[in-house]
Design a protein around this ligand. Structure first.
Ligand code: C5P
Length: 293
């Protein structure tokens, strides 16, 4: 049997998610700033005589055609006109329904993986279109840089890494419950200010980060989807208050939640913060610390 192609599949946090309004197609118009996070799932790909066989180490995740990896593989095989099949295995480390884009990253990595496995028949534009059809966050994960994203999130403008973030510690906290993305967006109807943000906030945050001063940039971090999330889950607001009081440079919910993240001076500071957080809020929560690149 040929060796499988192994690929890492990362995740992201939204340093800013500004909703500009509801669109006629039911989606919401956004400007968002996405930061890649070096915390990885693993995917392996190998050719098979026919069909798509997906296995997954996490039994909570359906390995059937409802899985975004399965849908990405089907879309790629159809677009490339490939009649062979594939076997894909997914090992999850990134939590599910967490606002970290883990599932979107898996879908993008599947498009990239199959394109590599079969000799790169599809170009970047074609992959980007397939990615956008799979989900609003999927195109971002076809590349590995921070990026601004517009439209429903599928129009991605890559940016050079921010010096202000290099080597900073990032603490991620998953509270043990997920938040469904459609629910979070639907609830915005009850929060007119969060629903109709003024454009330009993302560009301002980018400017401040590019100027190199994280402390000056921190007040610009913003997520419109916190409004509904905090009303239903006030513990998330408490987390942020505590994290800031303990010296986090910034604390925010990522995407549609439920993950909270905190930025700190260094990885060591983030580890100390993680320790204190687990002592304060309980040891059964999922937490992780990484250093940003
Ligand atoms: O594109 P994706 O499948 O990730 O979106 C999931 C759901 O989140 C959509 O069906 C929609 O309800 C909501 N959404 C939205 N506006 C966006 C992105 C997602 O309303 N920009």
């Amino acid at each position: 049997m040929p060796l499988p192609l192994l690929k890492k599949s990362g995740c992201k946090v939204n340093l800013l998610l500004n909703v500009l309004g509801r669109r006629p197609d039911g989606f919401h118009e956004l400007e968002t700033l996405l930061q890649p996070v070096p915390l990885f799932d693993e995917l392996s790909f190998r050719t098979a005589p026919s069909g798509i066989v997906l296995t997954c180490g996490d039994p909570r995740l359906p390995a059937d055609p409802g899985n975004l990896v399965h849908r990405a593989a089907a879309a790629w095989l159809a677009a490339a006109g490939v009649r062979d099949g594939v076997r894909i295995h997914l090992e999850k480390r990134v939590p599910l329904a967490a606002g970290l884009g883990g599932g979107s990253a898996n879908a993008a990595t599947t498009l990239l993986g199959l394109n590599e496995l079969f000799g790169q028949p599809l170009d970047g534009d074609r992959l980007a279109r397939l990615a956008a059809d799979l989900g609003s966050d999927v195109p971002f994960f076809l590349q590995h840089q921070p990026a601004l994203a517009f439209g429903r999130g599928e129009r991605v403008r890559a940016l050079p890494p921010f010096d202000a973030l290099r080597g900073r510690g990032l603490l991620l906290i998953h509270p043990g419950f997920g938040i469904a993305t459609p629910w979070a967006y639907q609830q915005l109807a009850q929060f007119p200010e969060a629903l109709c943000g003024r454009p330009g906030r993302a560009a301002r945050l980018v400017e401040r980060l590019q100027a190199g001063d994280l402390t000056a940039a921190a007040p610009e971090f913003y997520n419109a989807l916190e409004a509904p999330a905090f009303r239903k889950f006030p513990i998330l607001a408490l987390y942020q208050e505590w994290l800031r009081a303990q010296g986090a440079l910034a604390a925010l919910m990522s995407g549609s939640g439920s993950t909270t993240f905190a930025l700190t001076e260094s990885q060591d500071t983030a580890l100390a913060l993680e320790h204190g957080f687990r002592r304060r809020f309980g040891d059964s929560l999922w937490t992780a610390v990484v250093a940003l690149a």
